[in-house]
Design a protein around this ligand. Structure first.
Ligand code: PRT
Ligand code: ZN
Length: 300
C-alpha cells in the first residue's frame, strides 16, 4: 500500500521530549499529544508522531517502522555498534544535528583517585549503560577492562562496590561531583539529531521531510539571529556594519526630521547574539533608540 503519512518517533518522556515537541511546534507541525497514547496525529500535516523510549528510536528507524526519529547521538551510536557487532544490516542517515540534548560520555573516577592518562584505567571494572561505545574506544587504545553493565544509577556503582570507574553521560557535571566523582576523560560528544531511513521513503514522504528540514533550518537560524534597529548619522553606517560580522545587507531609511547631520534608521539582521559591549559600542558611535529584537522565523 502507498503509505501517505510520515511517521516520526520522539522520546515519550525524558530529557529530549520537551525540546522535540517544541521543535515540531516551531515548525508549525501541530500535534495534539495525548497522555499515554503511543501515536498522536498531526492536525495540519500528513504526519504521525510515535512517543517511545529513546533507546527504541534508532531501531525503529533502522528497521523502517518509522521514517524519522529524534534521538541523542549517544543512543544512536550504541545501537549502531551493537547491530554491527551482530553483523546486522544497517541503513539510516543523520539528516540534521540539533542544538539540544547536549552532553558527553565520559570516564569518571573517585575524586581521590589519581589519573595519569588513559592507560591507568587498564584492567579496571567499569560500570556503564554504553558498553559498545566504551569497547570501541578501549579496543582502539589497546586497553582491557571488565564490564559492569547497568541500565541506570551508574554514578552510584563505585560507592556500591560494583565498579572501579564509570562511563556515563555528563552535562553540567553536578551528578559526578555530588557522588564524589571527577570527570577524567571525555570519549564521546553528543546532542540530539534527526535520523531517517532513506531506503524506505517514497517521493511524497521525501517532500514532507524536505519541508520539515527547511523549516528546522529556519527555526535554528532565527533562534541564533537578532533583528537590530537604530537611528544613526548616515556617515557612521559603515562603522556600524563592521561591528556585526556575518550580518546581511542592512536596510536603511532616511528619517524625515533632518537636522544638519543626516540621520537614518538602520535595520540589520545579525547572525549572532548581541552582548552589552556591542550595544555600548553602538552608543559610542552615536546610535540612538537601539532595539534588539528576537526573530521568530526565517526563510532564505
Ligand atoms: O525513558 P527513556 O529511556 O526514554 O529515557 P532515559 O532515562 O534513558 O534518558 P534521559 O531522558 O535521561 O536522557 C535522554 C537523552 O538526553 C540522553 O540519551 C542524552 O542524549 C541526553 N542528555 C543530555 C542527557 C543528559 N544531558 C544528562 N545530563 N542524558 C542524561 N543525563 C544524566 C547524567 O548522566 C546525570 O546522571 O543527567 C544527570 C545529570 O547530569 P549533570 O552532568 O548535569 O549533573
Ligand atoms: Zn533510555
Amino acid at each position: 500500500m502507498y503509505d501517505k503519512k510520515l511517521k516520526i518517533a520522539i522520546q515519550k518522556s525524558g530529557r529530549l521530549s520537551k525540546d522535540s515537541r517544541k521543535l515540531l511546534h516551531n515548525c508549525d507541525i501541530k500535534v495534539n499529544f495525548q497522555k499515554n497514547k503511543l501515536i498522536s496525529f498531526s492536525e495540519n500535516m500528513p504526519i504521525d508522531v510515535m512517543c517511545v523510549r529513546d533507546d527504541d528510536i534508532p531501531g525503529l528507524v533502522i528497521d523502517g517502522i518509522v521514517d524519522l526519529g529524534i534521538v541523542g547521538r549517544n543512543v544512536l551510536e550504541e545501537e549502531v555498534l551493537k547491530r554491527k557487532f551482530k553483523l546486522e544490516k544497517i541503513s539510516f542517515k543523520i539528516l540534521k544535528h540539533l542544538d539540544f540534548g547536549i552532553c558527553r560520555l565520559s570516564i569518571g573516577l573517585p575524586t581521590e583517585k589519581k589519573y595519569y592518562g588513559i592507560n591507568c584505567l587498564n584492567g579496571l571494572r567499569i560500570a556503564t549503560s554504553y558498553p559498545y561505545i566504551l569497547k570501541k574506544y578501549f579496543n582502539k587504545k589497546n586497553i582491557s577492562f571488565k564490564l559492569c553493565k547497568l541500565n541506570g544509577s551508574v554514578e552510584v556503582a563505585i560507592r556500591a562496590g560494583l565498579a572501579d570507574a564509570i562511563f556515563d553521560l555528563v552535562s553540567t557535571g553536578e551528578a559526578l561531583v555530588s557522588n564524589g566523582l571527577k570527570e577524567v576523560k571525555i570519549i564521546h560528544n553528543s546532542s540530539a539529531c534527526i535520523i531517517s531511513n532513506d531506503s524506505n521513503l517514497n517521493l511524497f514522504k521525501k517532500n514532507i521531510i524536505n519541508t520539515f528540514i527547511s523549516r528546522i533550518n529556519g527555526v535554528i537560524k532565527a533562534r541564533e539571529s537578532k533583528y537590530i534597529v537604530m537611528h544613526i548619522s548616515s556617515s557612521k553606517v559603515n562603522s556600524i556594519i563592521n561591528l556585526f560580522s556575518g550580518c546581511t545587507k542592512p536596510t536603511i531609511y532616511k528619517l524625515k526630521f533632518l537636522e544638519k547631520d543626516e540621520m537614518v534608521a538602520v535595520h540589520i539582521v545579525s547572525r549572532e547574539s548581541i552582548f552589552w559591549d556591542t550595544m555600548e559600542k553602538l552608543k559610542e558611535l552615536g546610535a540612538k533608540s537601539i532595539l534588539i529584537l528576537p526573530i521568530e522565523k526565517m526563510l532564505e
